[in-house]
Design a binder for this molecule. Structure first.
Ligand code: ADP
Length: 261
């Protein structure tokens, strides 16, 4: 496959098998090029290997064959400048919210008063001013997930990997956080790889949607989303948005993943 010159994360011929040669492939023939500053969603049904692909990109899982590189260097472990957000917020109950936000920085360096102030400012930008000294259990699910996004952003990663971060939230909170993530992306132009099984979330957020099938996980189509930004939630009611969603739904219907009436 020819590699575009502006490829920032490059996945070439990746296969992943969790067990020995007798076990089934989880990922097969994955080729994907992600440009710097692109927002890419990986969309597919449960069990198709979305998390596995993200873990391979993060250097948390080895690939069985093929190659993944970021900024031109092969991934051998978590690369520098990487932030991650998971479906479960992974906040530590014995730490306050600001101490949780500082956690990743603390692993790398001494926390200065200036960094602590930055953590508080970050929380304020995410609507969490006044919650700095609360414990995680005192916050709602949406607030906890906002705090975990703050934690990922505080080290100023240029690549942000988000593994179904809003899957456990109610629909309205999820809408709020979609708008928030779209705003962060517009402000920072970080390279974001976002896993979801929501068609509408993928279309709303992305420049590019990677559609996966399962057993084994493989790419069926990479769809460019050419919708203007900033994107208000009302964009979801427009014919253009509907065309992208319909197209994806039809792909999943043909694959037997989505059943239509
Ligand atoms: P998704 O994120 O799309 O739901 P996953 O990547 O979590 O899919 O899982 C894809 C497949 O790989 C599933 O069948 C799952 O059971 C299997 N799998 C995931 N992680 C492991 C593991 N650590 N060991 C063995 N099998 C795994």
């Amino acid at each position: 496959m020819s590699v575009p010159q502006d490829s920032y994360i490059q996945v070439s011929g990746v296969e992943k098998r969790y067990g020995g040669p007798e076990t089934a492939l989880t990922l097969q023939g994955i080729d994907l090029n992600i440009r710097k500053g692109e927002f890419v969603s990986i969309l597919g049904p449960s069990g198709c290997g979305k998390s596995t692909l993200l873990k391979c990109v993060a250097g948390l899982e080895n690939v069985t064959s093929g190659r993944i590189s970021a900024r031109g260097e092969a991934i051998k472990g978590p690369p520098a400048g990487l932030g991650m957000v998971f479906q479960r917020d992974m906040l530590l109950d014995w730490r306050t919210i600001v101490e949780n936000v500082l956690f990743n920085v603390e692993l790398q360096q001494k926390v200065t008063p200036e960094i602590r102030e930055r953590a508080k400012a970050q929380l304020a930008r995410f609507g969490l001013a006044g919650y700095e000294d609360k414990r995680p259990w005192e916050l709602s699910g949406g607030m906890r997930q906002r705090a975990s996004i703050c934690r990922a952003l505080l080290t100023d990663p240029d690549i942000l990997l988000m593994d179904e971060p809003f899957g456990a939230l109610d629909a309205m909170t999820r809408d709020d956080l979609n708008v928030e993530v779209a705003r962060i992306w517009l402000e920072t132009r970080k390279t974001i790889v976002f896993i979801t099984h929501s068609i509408s979330e993928a279309v709303f957020l992305s420049d590019k949607v990677v559609i996966l099938d399962r057993h084994p996980g493989r790419i069926i189509e990479v769809l460019d989303i050419d919708l203007p930004r900033p994107r208000p939630l009302s964009l979801r009611e427009t014919p253009d948005f509907g065309r992208y969603s319909n197209h994806i739904r039809q792909v999943f219907t043909k694959l037997g993943i989505v059943k239509d009436a």
